[in-house]
Write a protein that binds this ligand. Structure first.
Ligand code: PMP
Length: 453
């Protein structure tokens, strides 16, 4: 390996980072991670911390998953690649389809379409939604609905249904016909409603109103995250998702759940659909399906999709990726699924999730910089930072960076996204490791208060 100085010097000069300004990468070099094991990462200077981010919400099983490594290696030896385009398939992906179909059967989803990641899975869902309506003789149903603050990846379709200006305005014009509904975000919402159940009702009414305004017959699908993730961990009231499903069903609109984060155990349930007791028409998944060992994704398809596509000899899918159903990804996913089930990670995700959530609530009592703490469903927690609790003025980027850096020096990697600190560690996190994250955050907030004073 090149030495630490070489890596630091060349990183910003030679590479543009996602979601970062190229100039920032030069002025403030990132942490260069060179090793990982268990739930910890080690940087180029040898500093070891607990990874409170879980890679990027994807490393659910940690960094030392031997069965997955073995499965990948064995697959590389037998069949490193073969396509699933018309006329060919491979054994690994068939076996994975079987497992996924069983795994998602309680969600009513028993077919899979494979992709190379989350944005691809979203794009696939949007495209198949339009095709579904064309096959059913309703070609006018082309529009999409989604939630403000939702995140659906960065392809043009996904960016168009995205509900955060940061990912949109620089790339406009986006896809026409995408409309956004207020999110059930109790801390800030246009209704000034702080009761989660009442807020859910108001957002549902906004959804009904938008459908009436657009004309239901022009809408293809609604896409939403069961718990909004990148937008700042926003769990809706439990009444929300079932009511969205009912509204969509009543109006002939397909429901796509974007479960790129929530599938495979992160919420303390095996899927977001199961958490809320709904049966979407499509479920976009990726991330933890391969635990970060391989770029891979799967869109799961429900009965209405199956009947429409399989019942029509002309339903040719004009969509797919070179790496759809990649055998090495499929082998990794099979091993991840087996480990996910064997370790029953949902139980630990729920227990450690409660610990982190309650720990963050305790920190909120101590630190005025914490405006809101959200989570309570598995290992998805966010702390929204403010510079003034009364006015809810968002924290400035400099202070947020102090919290993050001091937390890192104190033993935990945490992620800052706008005013939010996001915690999404591996689902195998221990109680002691969760405490390390909380103590590191405590140190970060204490220092930020001193810096601001
Ligand atoms: N949808 C959701 C809900 C996501 O959280 C993400 C990634 N964070 C994506 C889509 C895009 O996934 P990817 O980055 O793998 O393309």
């Amino acid at each position: 390996m090149k030495d630490s100085n070489f890596l630091k010097e060349h990183n910003g000069r030679l590479m543009w980072h996602p979601m970062t300004s190229p100039k920032d990468s030069i002025d403030q070099p990132p942490k260069i991670i060179t090793e990982a094991d268990g739930v910890s990462i080690v940087d180029v200077d040898g500093h070891r911390v607990v990874d409170g981010v879980g890679g990027l919400w994807n490393v659910n099983l940690g960094y030392s998953c031997e069965p997955v490594k073995k499965a990948i290696s064995a697959q590389l030896d037998t069949l490193p690649y073969y396509s699933t385009f018309r006329g060919t398939s491979n054994d690994a992906v068939i076996e994975l389809s079987y497992e996924l179909s069983e795994f998602f059967a309680p969600d009513g989803l028993s077919r899979a379409f494979f992709t190379s990641g989350g944005s691809d899975s979203v794009e696939t869902s949007l495209r198949l939604a339009r095709q579904y309506h064309k096959l059913r003789g309703e070609p006018g149903r082309t529009k999409f609905l989604s939630l403000k603050k939702g995140y659906h990846g960065t392809h043009f379709g996904g960016a168009s249904v995205n509900g955060n200006a940061n990912f949109r305005s620089a790339y406009e014009p986006l896809m026409p016909g995408c409309f956004h509904i207020p999110a059930p975000y109790t801390y800030r919402n246009p209704f000034n409603e702080t009761d989660p159940e009442k807020l859910a009702q108001l957002c549902l009414q906004a959804l009904e109103d938008e459908i009436a305004f657009q004309d239901a017959g022009t809408i293809a699908a609604m896409i939403m995250e069961p718990i909004l993730g990148a937008g700042g961990v926003i769990p809706p009231h439990p009444s929300f998702a079932p009511a969205v499903q009912e509204i969509c069903n009543r109006n002939g609109i397909l429901l796509i759940t974007d479960e790129v984060i929530t599938a495979y155990g992160r919420t303390g349930a095996w899927s977001g659909a199961r958490l809320w007791g709904i049966q979407p028409d499509m479920m976009a998944t990726a991330k933890a399906i391969t635990n970060g060992y391989f770029p891979f994704g799967a869109v799961m398809l429900g009965q209405r999709m199956i009947d429409t596509f399989e019942g029509n000899p002309n339903a040719k899918i004009g969509h797919g990726y070179t790496y759809s159903g990649h055998p090495v990804g499929a082998a990794a996913a099979l091993a991840c699924l087996a480990e996910t089930k064997r370790l029953n990670v949902v139980e630990n995700a729920a227990a450690r999730g409660t610990q982190l959530f309650e720990g963050c609530q305790a920190l909120q009592k101590k630190h005025g910089i914490i405006g809101d703490v959200r989570g309570g469903y598995g290992l998805m927690t966010a702390i929204e930072m403010v510079s003034d609790r009364t006015t809810k003025k968002p924290i400035d980027a400099g202070t947020a960076a102090v919290v993050q850096e001091v937390a890192y020096q104190s033993g935990a990697m945490v992620r800052v996204s706008g005013p939010n600190l996001i915690l999404s560690p591996a689902l195998i996190l221990s109680e002691a490791e969760a405490n390390t994250i909380l103590q590191a955050l405590d140190a970060g907030f204490t220092q930020a208060a001193k810096t601001a004073a």
